[in-house]
Design a protein around this ligand. Structure first.
Ligand code: GRG
Length: 284
C-alpha cells in the first residue's frame, strides 16, 4: 500500500470529532478511576501526574484498534486507562533526579518537584498497583481475559520491558550504544506500551490470530516511528537518540519505512481507515 494513503486527509486528526471525543471520554474515565473519597498526599500525587494533560495516545490507540475490529466491549475503557496509568507511573520515575532529572513535565512542575521524591515514588508504585487491582476486580471482564491482560501489562512494565528499556537508556549515557542496540531500546522504552495497548484491545475484542498479527506489526512500527520522530526533534540534546546515532537523513528514511510497514500491515480496505487515520494524526 502506498504511503500517501496513510497520509490522506484524516477523520481522526487531532482536531477531529473522534479524537476530541475519545480524549474527553478517556479524561473523564481516568478522573473517575482515580476518585479517592479521603485523598492522601500520595493519592493527590497520583491524580496530579495522571490528570495533567497528556495527549492520551496509548488509550486512544486501544480505542482505535477496537473500532477497527468493529466492537467496543465493556471493560475496554478500563484497560485503555490502565495503560495510561502505567505511562504516567513511568513518567514520574523518569523525571526523578536519579533518572532524567527533569523538574518540568507537560509545561508544569513534574510530580516530584511538587510532592517530593518520596511521595512521587509512592504515587508511581501505587498507580501500578491500582491499575492491576482494578483490572483484577472488573466484573465485566471474563476471568481469562483479566488474567491475560494483567500478565501482558506486567511483562510490558517489567525487567524485560519498559524497565529494561529505561536501564539501557540510562547506561548508554556512560557507554554509547550502536544504532542497532538503540533501536532495540526504543522499542522497549516506547514501542512496547503502544504494543501493549494494541494487544490488550485485541484480547478484549477477541481478535482472530490473523488480525492480531497485523495489529502487532502496525503498533510496533507506529511506536518506533513515534520515538524516531521525537528523536529527530531532539537531536543534540542529552540522552539516547537514535536519530543522532544513525544520522538525521537515515533516521528520516527509517521513519518513513516504519510508516510504510505500519500501513502495509493493515492494508487499504475501508475497515483499516481508523488505524490509518490514527497513524497519520499521530505522526503528522
Ligand atoms: C516501572 C512503569 C515503570 C517504569 C520503569 C522509568 C521507566 C521504567 C520507563 C520510562 C520510559 C520513558 C520515559 C519512555 C518515554 C516515553 C515517551 C515517548 C513519553 C512521551 O509520551 P507522550 O508524548 O507524552 O505520549 P504525554 O505527555 O502526551 O502523555
Amino acid at each position: 500500500m502506498r504511503l500517501e494513503k496513510l497520509q490522506a486527509s484524516s477523520a481522526y486528526s487531532p482536531m477531529s470529532g473522534w479524537a476530541v471525543s475519545a480524549r474527553q471520554q478517556i479524561d473523564e474515565y481516568l478522573d473517575a478511576l482515580l476518585h479517592f473519597p479521603n485523598p492522601s498526599r500520595v493519592n493527590e500525587a497520583m491524580r496530579y501526574s495522571v490528570l495533567g494533560g497528556g495527549k492520551r495516545i496509548r488509550p486512544m490507540l486501544a480505542l482505535a484498534v477496537a473500532d477497527y475490529l468493529g466492537t467496543r466491549p465493556t471493560g475496554l475503557m478500563h484497560v485503555a486507562c490502565a495503560i495510561e496509568m502505567i505511562h504516567s507511573a513511568s513518567l514520574i520515575l523518569d523525571d526523578l533526579p536519579c533518572m532524567d532529572n527533569d523538574r518540568m513535565r507537560r509545561n508544569r512542575p513534574s510530580t516530584h518537584a511538587v510532592y517530593g521524591e518520596d511521595c512521587a515514588i509512592l504515587a508511581s508504585v501505587s498507580l501500578l498497583m491500582h491499575c492491576h487491582a482494578m483490572l483484577a476486580s472488573h466484573p465485566d471482564l471474563p476471568p481469562e481475559v483479566r488474567l491475560k491482560t494483567i500478565r501482558l501489562l506486567c511483562e510490558t512494565i517489567g525487567a524485560d520491558g519498559l524497565s529494561l528499556g529505561q536501564y539501557i537508556d540510562l547506561s548508554s549515557r556512560s557507554t554509547p550504544l550502536q544504532s542497532s542496540a538503540t533501536a532495540g531500546a526504543h522499542h522497549l522504552k516506547t514501542g512496547i506500551l503502544f504494543l501493549a495497548a494494541a494487544k490488550a484491545a485485541c484480547l478484549l475484542c477477541d481478535a482472530t490470530p490473523e488480525q492480531s498479527e497485523k495489529i502487532t506489526v502496525y503498533a510496533t512500527s507506529l511506536g518506533l516511528a513515534f520515538q524516531l520522530k521525537d528523536d529527530l526533534a531532539d537531536v543534540g540534546e542529552p540522552g539516547l537518540n537514535l536519530a543522532a546515532a544513525m544520522g538525521v537523513s537515515s533516521a528520516r528514511q527509517q521513519f518513513l519505512d516504519h510508516l510504510e510497514t505500519a500501513s502495509d500491515a493493515i492494508g487499504d480496505d475501508d475497515d483499516a481507515g481508523v488505524l490509518r487515520d490514527f497513524a497519520e494524526a499521530l505522526l503528522d
